[in-house]
Design a protein around this ligand. Structure first.
Ligand code: NAD
Length: 238
């Protein structure tokens, strides 16, 4: 496919690539995204994911939040796919500066990526809401019902940015800096509808904006290159 050849040329010719991704990067690892037809918006739940994953819902319906969260968001057996692995390789080769991700699954780090900016946090970190004690994801999965602190009994909250919550300022500032200075910006596996994360790509000033996505995105019309398809399959050909 011509688009993949062109993407390979751009990647080969740059040592300042930045990747901005979302849930579509992990679907080939078996983690459902939100908006694909087999994504979480199309499954039977009493509330849409955006409602369940909101701060208000967490505070008011903690038990129901955790029922969904443990079932759908804690995918601890998932393994990095070809996209995660290629990004880690490109970083190790000194070509890619950072992965900026909306994902909370930790798969980029599992693949070996080091500079990963997690805009929405991570399911791998969890803290007691009162005393701040750290708990890992296995503890959260094992806990019956609502996970509570062993020390003080308070509810534990995942270090995940829920809807209605703000993004970490330091992470945002770093992400903006990487994007503003990038030579090649590759956007992949994201519907680009979740703000403020999606707005970060507006800081890109270069002329090598690439979108790799299974479906059409609002950025396609501004992109210098659109590579339609599955990101793992595409990246394994780079
Ligand atoms: P989204 O569900 O809104 O969109 C996913 C996009 O990826 C869609 O456009 C879809 O067509 C595309 N896609 C799916 N599989 C693909 C593949 N194999 N190759 C290329 N493209 C593919 O996801 P989003 O834009 O990241 O926004 C959803 C929010 O939900 C984010 O904030 C994210 O934090 C969260 N989320 C995270 C995970 C995770 O950590 N793995 C999973 C679900 C949702």
């Amino acid at each position: 496919m011509d688009e993949i050849r062109r993407l390979k040329e751009l990647v080969d010719g740059s040592d300042n690539i930045v990747f901005f991704g979302g849930a579509g990067v992990s679907t080939e690892s078996g983690i459902p995204d939100f908006r694909s037809t087999d994504g979480l918006y199309h499954q039977e739940y009493d509330y849409p994911p955006e409602t369940i994953l909101s701060h208000t819902f967490f505070m008011q319906n903690t038990k129901e939040f955790y029922r969904f969260y443990k079932n759908k968001m804690l995918c601890l057996d998932a393994k990095p796919n070809a996209a995660h692995k290629k990004l880690a390789q490109l970083e190790a080769a000194g070509k890619l500066k950072a992965v900026i991700t909306q994902n909370i699954d930790g798969l980029h780090q599992k693949a070996g990526s080091r500079e990963v900016l997690e805009l929405h946090g991570s399911v791998l970190r969890n803290y007691c809401m009162r005393c701040g004690t750290f708990y890992d994801a296995e503890y959260m999965l094992r806990a019956e019902g609502v996970p509570c602190c062993e020390k003080c009994g308070e509810i534990i909250k995942p270090d995940v940015v829920l809807y209605e919550e703000g993004l970490n300022n330091e992470t945002l500032t770093k992400a903006i800096r990487y994007i503003a200075n990038a030579d090649v910006l590759i956007i992949g596996g994201t519907s680009l509808v979740v703000y403020p994360a999606a707005g970060l790509i507006d800081y890109y000033r270069g002329n090598k904006l690439v979108v790799v996505n299974k479906s059409v995105t609002p950025q396609d019309k501004y992109a210098d290159l659109v590579v339609p398809g599955k990101i793992g399959e595409i990246f394994s050909q780079l």
